[in-house]
Design a protein around this ligand. Sequence first.
Ligand code: OOB
Length: 533
Amino acid sequence: MLPGFVEWPGDLAARYRERGYWRGRTLGASLRAWAKERPDAEAVVDGNRRWTYAELDAHADRSAAGLHGIGLARGDRVLVQLPNVGEFLPLCFALFRLGAVPVLALPAHRETELVHLARLSGAAAYVIADTHLGFDYRALARTVRAQAPGLRHVVVVGEAEEFTALSELDGGEAGLDLPEPDPADVALLLLSGGTTGLPKLIPRTHDDYAYNARASSEVAGLSAGSRYLVVLPIAHNFPLACPGAFGTLHAGGTVVFCPTPSPEDAFARIERERITVTALVPPLALLWLEAAEWTADDLSSLELLQVGGSRLKAEAAARVRPVLGCRLQQVYGMAEGLLNFTRLDDPEELVLDTQGRPLAEDDEVRLVDGDDIEVAPGEVGELQVRGPYTLRGYYRAEEHNRGAFTADGFYRSGDLVRRLPSGHLVVEGRVKDVINRGGEKVPVEEVENLVLGHPSVHDVAIVGLPDEALGERSCAFVIARGTPPTRAELTGYLTDLGLAAFKLPDRIEVLDVFPRTGLGKVDKRALAALVSR
Ligand code: OOB
């Protein structure tokens, strides 16, 4: 097993196998089986490029051979930072077949995150696109490599400059006979939304992630006729496997990549590719609902819209069917594992007003108070969970894990949740300090620490403020040292440090002192109230 991976205890692992959650098949072998079943069916579409299942399978083999050729081997970690491009899939399956472990960074991440991820994962290689939406990832790779010398290779989709082109690695023979990785071992590392400081790494095994994709595919009603549009960044758990790309391939359907989430790009593809299903975060769903009112594009092929990542308001939920002409499925999930879905046959009020119920019968969900005691039925409590696809520990984070899990192995989600008699959950808030900016998670402590480095900042407290479009927006309350910094100065400073744009404070307020709680902690509630007044 990958050193640093926290395994499930033996009795639970045995139960998950016995009950058919874990089937002992790697993700690489799954693709082999799908390709055997339907070699000529369309698997992947990116613009005018199309791969059948057989082509995807062969492409993954060639990439595996090429990556093996530059010295990548079982257990190596590979930092992957790609936008929504078709190459993402053959690359991932190539790594799965090698037993190398992709670490899935988001395209929005910059120097701060990438250096941290490269060092924490000990990655041997870094895969990027040449440019995307005007940003040159090769320049980023140069900076990252200078600070993370463990990165032996930079592999580029597109124009490689001094680095290695992925197409060059793909060009060889596929006839490599690789030993099959252990299905119980780590297949990939996902990024946490971030609670304290920089992102943590979430190990997902072949067994658990295959279940995640398969069961999600069933609960979303996917079939061989399904055509899934990848709108959210493919590195995120939701479009990757809930059911996303992997769940669509499991069902025998077609995965279509969309380069940006704009209604223009997406609607054109929905019409042209007869898209049946996609997944959005609430702010995008709102944008699509607006745009759909006037679009000339034909969206009639859409059957299902999944929305998750942050709380969808009931009023917006109610507009999905009348405006987009498709069903809504709310999804409350986390990269750490647990997924909740509203079911396709749920009564309307549950679909509109709840965030769904757990995917697996063996998802053990409990709602607790501050002393870890279960709250009374119907009361709000912090959600704790353990189950067949929920992690037992972050990768290489022994100390953090002591606080993030209970003694009996439940993950403390930090979400405040209420349970209805039907088992459906309603997300009411959070106990952890994260701003949920329309599904993008801003780890407050990380940003505060960086802001504190600015010469004109004496102290800072970052708070989420309610926002009509995004749900929450970030406001940095600053106590200045000398002349207070403007927002432009501060965001310029943070951008130069290499911070992702979505983490930049949306607003700056300068104060002389912070309100404090009885314990002397900065009173963030009072800060938020200052602005709303
Ligand atoms: C998804 O995953 P992450 O890891 O980016 O974020 C997880 C956190 C949850 O703990 C919760 O705080 C929030 O995002 N969240 C929601 C929500 N879905 C996620 N809060 C309210 N309502 C919802 N529907 O965001 C994610 C992963 C897989 C599928 C869907 C979303």
